[in-house]
Write a protein that binds this ligand. Structure first.
Ligand code: ADP
Ligand code: GLC
Length: 486
């Protein structure tokens, strides 16, 4: 089975969030299930810089008005096809926004090009390459299924995976004329959405199958609260929508060998984490108190409930906790954390920006990670937390609810608790959860059991990779008895 994965980011070539981790880990996880996965990715500067020894497999004179080359390469263990189109992708900033934080005005064109190339590859643009399934991730890849649906007859199947419903890839109707789609595509069965164009809706409408990244989020997005206007579409095709839980790359995230840690450790040598904690205390300029060290590793946005956390920081400090924050995002939240750090020297500290190595060290040294998200399709930082003994404190939402078992009395008695889960998603409930965490932390025996259990829980791709492989086979008609919902 040959599958082309289409993603706007893929770790370790380019990453702004969890999508990159998932796109980067899936090919390796699928290999043992008989699936060969190549990844199509735009040639941003950081991608081009890592590319060496690639082969030009196609030259295009006119990719939405600009020249482009498709380069096939094996980089960092991944088989990729990179779209080298400097006029579209050779820009500073991250893949979506300029260095001053504004969306690039031609994002519709930059990602229409991604979807169009994917569809053309599926249709045989490169001699000898015939993927049977195109697996599209998020809105940036959403037009590929539309190009295939409204293009020449073909047998290629498509899967659209929603990592985040909040980003719809919505553009003014005026762009439609330049998308290289026939007029019929501007309708309910195509890319039209409330009078404009939505790349995500297009993918969700035109793909053969839609997945999202946890079973609970797959249920949630069928409701108005989480469906964000697309719940009707999902309910209309309920038998071809399901949730496949994300896993993590357990080689890249392995506390026994992780080079980003000051001290490696395992579930049997949890006390060694203390050395990492000490290193973090120094790095973040915190004091040497006894209490738990909480952390945040996150985009600082409303989605992540960071405004709720800001409200309870004084309470966290009063309870004897300290807080290390690694993140970047909305200015008012960054400022808020800086302000709290100023008010609570030695107790609260903030590192802004993006730092992969530091994120590993924090998972390997902090006692608990706070994730008070308002919605969370899956969430990966709680999975890294579980694997590294950094106990997750999460809101009962989306994939967080699917992956963390709350330390309530019954779960503690049954010896299954792996974290702290709270609801409703309010500052009050978050504060109570922090209080409960401090209480559990102070009971060393119970706390270590929670940590150890988390470290031993299965956060790998094993089960979910099998489900994707079954799904590809099912929609391709190779194994019609295999139901991916089972
Ligand atoms: P989302 O994709 O919504 O941002 P996830 O939890 O799925 O949330 O994935 C976030 C990923 O980005 C994780 O790998 C996390 O460790 C990483 N991350 C987030 N912020 C930072 C940061 N400031 N520095 C390093 N890694 C970060
Ligand atoms: C999105 C979601 C996050 C998920 C990630 C990878 O960015 O916000 O919950 O874990 O994609 O699927």
């Amino acid at each position: 089975m040959e599958v082309l994965s289409v993603a706007s980011e893929v770790y370790p070539l380019i990453k702004t969030g969890g999508l990159a981790d998932v796109a980067g880990a899936l090919p390796g996880a699928l290999a043992s299930h008989g699936v060969t996965m190549r990844t199509l990715v735009p040639g941003y500067p950081s991608v081009m810089a890592k590319l060496s020894g690639g082969r030009v497999v196609k030259e295009l004179d006119d990719l939405f008005g600009v020249p482009a080359k498709l380069i096939a390469a094996r980089v960092e263990g991944l088989d990729v096809i990179v779209i080298e189109a400097p006029a579209l992708y050779d820009r500073p900033g991250n893949p979506y926004v300029s260095p001053d934080g504004w969306d690039w005005p031609d994002n519709w064109k930059r990602f229409a090009a991604l979807g169009w190339v994917a569809a053309e590859l599926a249709l045989g643009m490169v001699y000898g390459y015939h993927p049977q399934v195109i697996h599209c991730h998020d809105w940036q890849a959403g037009l590929a299924p539309a190009y295939l649906k409204f293009g020449p007859p073909n047998t290629v199947k498509t899967v659209m995976t929603i990592h985040n419903m909040a980003f719809k890839g919505f553009f003014n109707a005026e762009v439609f004329g330049q998308l290289r789609l026939p007029p019929a595509a501007f309708g309910v069965g195509g890319v039209e959405y409330y009078g404009g164009v939505s790349f995500l809706k297009a993918g969700m409408e035109c793909a053969d199958y839609v997945t999202t990244v946890s079973p609970n989020y797959a249920d949630e997005i069928r409701t108005p609260q989480f469906g964000m206007g697309l719940e009707g579409l999902l309910n209309g095709r309920a038998d071809t929508v399901s949730g496949v839980l994300n896993g993590i790359d357990t080689d890249a995230w392995d506390p026994t060998i992780d080079k980003a840690l000051v001290q490696n450790f395992s579930a049997n040598t949890i006390n060694l984490r203390q050395t990492n904690k000490q290193a973090l205390v120094e790095k973040f300029g915190l004091d040497g108190a006894d209490g738990p060290l909480f952390c945040v590793i996150s985009r600082l946005t409303d989605q992540k409930g960071m405004d709720l956390l800001l409200q309870v920081i004084p309470g966290l400090v009063d309870l004897g906790g300290r807080l290390a924050v690694l993140g970047s995002g909305e200015a008012y939240l960054e400022d808020g954390f800086r302000h709290q750090a100023m008010l609570h020297p030695g107790k609260v500290s903030m590192a802004s920006g993006y730092n992969e190595a530091l994120s590993h060290l924090m998972q390997g040294g902090c006692d608990a990670i706070l994730i008070p998200s308002r919605f969370e399709p899956c969430g990966l930082t709680q999975l890294y937390g579980l694997r590294y003994g950094c106990v997750p404190v999460v809101s009962r939402i989306g994939g967080l609810a699917d992956t963390v078992i709350d330390a309530n009395p019954a779960a503690l008695a049954a010896e299954v608790a792996t974290g702290i889960v709270f609801d409703p998603n309010s500052a009050q409930a978050l504060y109570e959860a922090i209080r409960k965490t401090v209480r559990l932390y102070n009971d060393d025996k119970v706390w270590k059991k929670i940590q150890r259990r988390g470290m031993k829980s299965d956060v790998s791709w094993e089960t979910s990779a099998a489900r994707y492989a079954d799904l590809y086979a099912k929609i391709s008609g190779l194994d019609s008895n295999d139901n991916p919902d089972n």
